[in-house]
Design a protein around this ligand. Structure first.
Ligand SMILES: [Zn+2]
Length: 253
């Protein structure tokens, strides 16, 4: 059984079919990330922990400039199915929000995560130095955090891991040109590793360029198992245990 620790659902998606196809491929737990006020409002209503559907609420760096206050986030985080503060972070690739605003909002949400004792899910694109400095200066020593869609190289993975990070990997590990990411994967201990699709983006080979979905987790997992010299069964068990521990999921027996 697999856990997709990072996916997005658009209003026009056929949610029932997406979850059904995923379950047919043994993907049975999901963390759906909210990225904006509208998105969070909508996905909170999709939470269905009895069937393995958990949610997270945060403000994506792309829309950091829309930030006004934390009140709506405080309300959403009262929902026990809301398991993490995310998606938050820095994105200097697109720069859709001014960088100073991105940094300010990122810091504020990290503080909020600590306040409510939930792990932050961090998006860090072309912004390693600032991301690293902010996490280091904001989170208490040893506080759990997740670098989602890890996409740098071994030195960055080393620095994150030394700070106590969990790293999550997606379809990028299957791309020919992503040796840097596989270098990072190689040094990530199995107990600090999570698997995600980041659907609808970043579909793994052989679906690269198509719309991604959680049913594709096994393609990502197979490549990770090969790179980590482990079996698919062990990887499924370990990464699902990791997800349950990291996000405090309570699977139904
Ligand atoms: Zn995301």
């Amino acid at each position: 059984m697999w856990t997709d620790t990072h996916l997005h659902l658009d209003p026009e998606d056929n949610h029932a079919k997406i979850f059904q196809d995923a379950r047919a491929n043994k993907v049975t737990q999901f963390l759906v990330l909210g990225t904006s006020l509208d998105d969070c409002q909508r996905i909170i209503d999709l939470a269905d922990p009895k069937h393995g559907v958990y949610v997270a609420a945060g403000l994506h760096p792309h829309v950091a400039s829309t930030f006004t206050d934390l009140e709506p986030f405080k309300a959403w985080h009262k929902n026990p199915a809301c398991k993490a503060v995310g998606e938050i972070g820095l994105d200097y690739h697109y720069d859709f929000s001014p960088r100073d605003q991105q940094r300010k909002v990122f810091e504020l949400f990290l503080d909020f995560a600590v306040q409510i004792k939930k792990p932050p899910v961090i998006h860090c694109r072309n912004a390693f130095d600032d991301c690293y400095d902010i996490v280091k200066s904001t989170l208490p020593h040893g506080y759990p955090f997740l670098i989602h869609s890890f996409a740098d190289d071994k030195p960055e993975a080393r620095k994150w891991l030394d700070m106590g990070a969990t790293l999550s990997f997606n379809g990028i590990v299957t791309f020919n040109k992503a040796q840097n990411v596989r270098n990072g994967l190689a040094i990530t201990p199995l107990d600090r590793l999570l698997i995600e699709t980041d659907a609808p983006y970043l579909a793994p080979i052989p679906y690269r360029g198509k719309r991604n979905q959680p049913a594709y987790i096994p393609y990502i997992a197979q490549r990770i198992a090969d790179e980590k010299f482990t079996t698919i069964e062990d990887l499924a068990r370990i990464t699902t245990e990791n997800a349950n521990r990291f996000f405090a999921f309570k699977p139904q027996k």
